[in-house]
Design a binder for this molecule. Structure first.
Ligand code: AMP
Ligand code: MG
Length: 339
């Protein structure tokens, strides 16, 4: 058991010192908080898997300070990928390339590829700049839980397990990066995120097999996809279609009669439809950016309020909605109701 310190941006040097001594530190990025360690130090990286309880076959994303570093760690970068780097870095786009031997096996979970990006957050960039090494960093939550978008989320999951959390306030996107496999032609979307499929398609053909990719297989392209994810303690039910309010009311009342506390995640303008249940507001109707920023916080709030059955209104599966629905489907773990 270690004491977990919360560091302010003025104490960045302490975070640098810890990382240099082979420790893990949670830090803000523009997507979610990451749990970082020196990506070139296997022992330090092992501490990430230990603290999170992360399965060893789920590879970590390597965060770099600049494009020059990319060449040390990757090989066979296709020409089209340079345009994506140019347009979207720093930013929420992870590109998967063949890796060089500089990347320890533990980072890539034994794969011959590495997922890499430049984060767009001043504190993350200062950390990368000051340490001089790349940071391997998955989301800083306990494995399977919703990703942390505030320092207090990290604290509630990892208190006593990591030495420090660098507090940079709430994160900007609220969802993890888009992951794009650049080792195949055409490139393949492995995880939707802040950089949308529509934006990527502006640069060329992209394959996306949607939920088929999320099914458990022996050799999933993105190993993280086979695990349950983003799930609060409350059972999440994702409700789709025209008759969502009637269905939620009917099922919700059944759960209440069975003694369960019921919550509904809905738009501000629709919350009056669900008067008797605990409301978790998604914000003003149609503002997907705002909803994405709050999504994981709302899932954690549901637990804090003791909600046992959480009904969530689905959103349209395009643009940022694709990433939101991808996370909601996983949080719902197949409890998807079509009305
Ligand atoms: P997290 O950092 O927890 O948000 O998860 C990172 C995601 O990126 C997981 O779904 C990983 O499986 C995926 N990922 C990381 N590196 C690779 C890689 N080399 N090949 C394919 N997927 C990767
Ligand atoms: Mg994660």
């Amino acid at each position: 058991m270690v004491i977990t310190r919360i560091l302010t941006s003025n104490e960045l040097d302490e975070a640098v010192r810890l990382l240099e001594s082979g420790e893990v530190v949670a830090f803000p990025t523009e997507t979610v908080y990451g749990l970082g360690a020196n990506a070139l130090n296997s022992k330090a990286v092992a501490k990430i898997f230990e603290a999170k309880g992360r399965p060893g076959d789920n590879p970590l994303i390597v965060h770099c300070a600049n494009q020059n570093q990319i060449f040390e760690f990757t090989r066979e970068i296709p020409q089209e990928a340079f345009k994506l780097m140019e347009r979207f870095w720093p930013g929420p786009l992870t590109l998967v390339f063949k890796r060089t031997d500089r990347i320890p096996k533990i980072v890539s979970a034994g794969l011959d590829t590495v997922g890499i990006r430049i984060p767009d957050h001043p504190l993350a960039l200062r950390l990368l700049d000051k340490t001089g090494f790349p940071l391997a960093a998955p989301s800083a939550n306990l494995s399977g839980k919703p990703s942390p978008t505030r320092a207090e989320h990290v604290y509630s999951d990892l208190d006593g397990k990591i030495p420090a959390i660098l507090d940079g306030g709430p994160t900007g996107w609220g969802l993890e990066s888009t992951v794009l496999d650049c080792t195949v032609s055409p490139f393949r979307l492995l995880r939707p995120g802040g950089v949308t499929l529509e934006e990527l398609r502006g640069f060329g053909k992209i394959q996306f097999a949607g939920d088929i990719l999320e099914e458990m297989t022996d050799a999933p392209r993105s190993p993280g996809m086979k695990y349950e994810h983003y799930a609060p303690e409350a059972k999440v039910h994702l409700v789709l279609g025209e008759n969502t309010p009637a269905k939620i009311k009917k099922l919700g009342e059944d759960y209440v009669r069975a003694g369960n506390k019921v919550g509904v995640m809905t738009w501000e303008e629709r919350k009056h439809l669900y008067g008797d249940f605990t409301i978790l507001s998604m914000g003003s109707m149609g503002d997907l950016n705002r909803f994405a920023v709050n999504l994981y916080h709302l899932l954690r709030e549901a637990d804090r309020l003791g909600v046992q059955q959480l009904f969530v209104e689905g959103v349209k599966d395009d643009h940022l909605g694709l990433a939101i629905m991808n996370r909601l489907r996983k949080a719902a773990n197949n409890r998807i109701i079509k009305t």
